[in-house]
Structures are given as C-alpha cells and as structure tokens.
Design a protein around this ligand. Structure first.
Ligand SMILES: CC(C)(COP(=O)(O)OP(=O)(O)OC[C@H]1O[C@@H](n2cnc3c(N)ncnc32)[C@H](O)[C@@H]1OP(=O)(O)O)[C@@H](O)C(=O)NCCC(=O)NCCS
Length: 128
C-alpha cells in the first residue's frame, strides 16, 4: 500500500462537490491550479521573491480524485537555473472507502517558475 512521504505537504485540501467535472470526478484543472499554487510557494522561497509560472513541462494524472478525498501536494526544487526554478510535484489522495483508509498517488508534475523583478522582467535567482 502507498504511504505519504515523510516530509510536510505544502498544501492539504479537501476535494469538494463544487470542483467536479460532468462525470462527477474532480476536475483536472482544479488539481492543476492547486499544484501551481504549491509549486509557486516553493519556487518563491527558492528565488527569494516574486515568481511567475512560465511552463508546465509535464503533468500526469495517474488516478482520479474523488469528492471528499484529502489531497496532499508535495513540492521540491529539481533544477535551479539563472532566473528559473523547476519544481517537481507529487500529489496523493487520502480516501476513506468501506471503512478503509487508502492512500493513492494521483498526479505528478514538473512546473517551471521565473523569478521576476518589479518590472516583471526575469531576474537572477542568486541576486535575491
Ligand atoms: C516568465 C516571463 C517573464 C519570461 O520572460 P522571457 O523574456 O521569456 O524570459 P527568458 O527568455 O529570459 O527566460 C527566462 C527563464 O525562463 C525559462 N523559460 C522561458 N520559457 C520557458 C519554457 N517554455 N519552458 C521552460 N523554461 C522556460 C528560460 O529558460 C529562462 O531560464 P534561466 O534564466 O534559468 O535559464 C514571461 O514569459 C512572462 O511574463 N510570461 C507570463 C507569466 C505569467 O503571467 N504566468 C501566469 C499565467 S496566468
């Protein structure tokens, strides 16, 4: 059985009924948005300032997220460039079904953020 990573999750959120798609599962865009928020927190810490999302290099939906799952998002830097930082994301759902607690890895992603200055221009990460 899958277990949660030992590190702290950057975000933990409950998937709610207003986040479902027409099939009744959680909308992929909702999960992408939560991952972008979590990745942005780590990227901003690494850059020491404001960052913007420039690219989603990879996003894999491994299993559906269901209403009332507790979604935990883990994020860490995998590459730091001159002005950019690439964040690796892992997402797990905690689900209670038929009295059993299940942990399911539901998504992975690689998201690139750029450190920007007050004029919204890329600025070196080491300068902050
Ligand atoms: C992010 C932004 C400031 C970058 O400006 P730019 O002039 O393209 O910057 P550069 O070409 O100098 O690239 C800056 C860094 O981003 C990286 N980068 C740019 N486009 C990339 C892409 N598609 N994939 C991966 N990395 C990319 C570059 O490799 C560079 O990294 P490095 O300095 O570590 O080597 C600009 O594209 C922008 O403002 N985009 C909109 C961001 C935004 O609003 N996001 C939220 C959307 S709702």
């Amino acid at each position: 059985m899958e277990t949660l990573p030992e590190e702290h999750a950057i975000l933990r959120i409950m998937a709610r009924p207003n986040d479902v798609n027409v099939a009744g599962d959680i909308f992929g865009g909702w999960l992408m948005s939560q991952c972008d928020i979590a990745g942005g927190i780590i990227a901003s810490r690494k850059a020491g300032g404001r960052v913007v999302t420039v690219a989603v290099k990879d996003f894999q939906f491994l299993a559906p997220v269901l209403v009332s799952d507790i979604v935990s998002i883990y994020a860490h830097d995998v590459q730091i460039g001159t002005t950019s930082v690439t964040i690796g994301i892992e997402v797990f759902s905690e689900r209670r079904q038929a009295g059993q607690e299940q942990i399911i890895k539901v998504a992975t992603a690689l998201i690139v953020y750029v450190h920007i200055d007050d004029h919204r221009q890329p600025t070196p990460i080491s300068a902050s």
